[in-house]
Design a protein around this ligand. Sequence first.
Ligand SMILES: C[S@@+](CC[C@H](N)C(=O)[O-])C[C@H]1O[C@@H](n2cnc3c(N)ncnc32)[C@H](O)[C@@H]1O
Length: 304
Amino acid sequence: MQHIPVLYKEVMRYLEPHAAGKYVDGTVGSGGHARGILQSSGPNGMLLGLDIDPCAVNVARRTLEAFGERAILKKLSYVEMDKCVSDMGWYKVDGIILDLGLSSPQLDEPQRGFSFNLEGPLDMRFDTTEEFMADEIVNKWSQNKIAKILYELGEEKQSNRIARALVNERPIETTAQLAQIVSNCKRHSKVGRHLATKTFQALRMAVNKEIDNIINVLPKALEILVPGGRLAIIAFHSLEDRLVKRFFRQESQDCLCPTEQITCVCGHHATITRVNRRPIRPTDREITTNRRSRSARLRVAEKI
Ligand SMILES: C[S@@+](CC[C@H](N)C(=O)[O-])C[C@H]1O[C@@H](n2cnc3c(N)ncnc32)[C@H](O)[C@@H]1O
């Protein structure tokens, strides 16, 4: 059975892929969104699919095999998409999708260390060719430094308490051990949520420098869009979604001077229009069939 990615219909509706169009899927994963883009942009639309996870690129290659040379896949960070597009001689593209976060195959593979429900090593790298892993943070970083990322990236209110417990319990070797230590020291959590959710999120984001990557890719993605081209971004938690929302708001304004400034001195001109002001959420039906979609939010901007 074909895997249907999160907010699939909505991404297709808003990206409006068309024949002869050029598209970038910056987080190609298993190739679900990419396949939809290639199907809708036949017979000659092209897609550049990027992923920093070498396993994901292999899976996407199999998913998109039938499209032949219309699908170009590279193991590369989406932060490099502008350079890659220019190296390929494409210059500009008609649409870009970024489906942030981790994929189901990554979460379900114990050896990748992303899941608090599965026993695995403290890894959490998207890019398995990098050396930096969650193990280094958990077992080597200072208590203060750990508390800071738990608070800032996990929005974990009990960050100090957890950081202290982690440092006291060293060495910590597995995800199961980590999840247990966090659960033991936390007072409470939102009903239905594992007590270690925020800790795992923060560690994953720190290992993969996810916030820096999002901040860096946003202007580059706009830069390579043709006028009328669209950028669609799916975020899975408020921190990422806030960055996208603020960037889209700023880029859709003609002047960024403080309100007390009577005449504009910044000279900023809007580069996009926001296609949707409020984020698009999965339907109840999608959430029932795919629980992991429940926190997804899609924002779409169109280049002026
Ligand atoms: C939610 S999945 C994408 C699923 C995909 N839309 C599909 O249809 O199967 C996110 C993917 O982004 C990849 N990723 C994370 N950070 C990345 C980066 N900086 N550059 C490229 N890919 C990245 C992950 O390895 C993962 O495969």
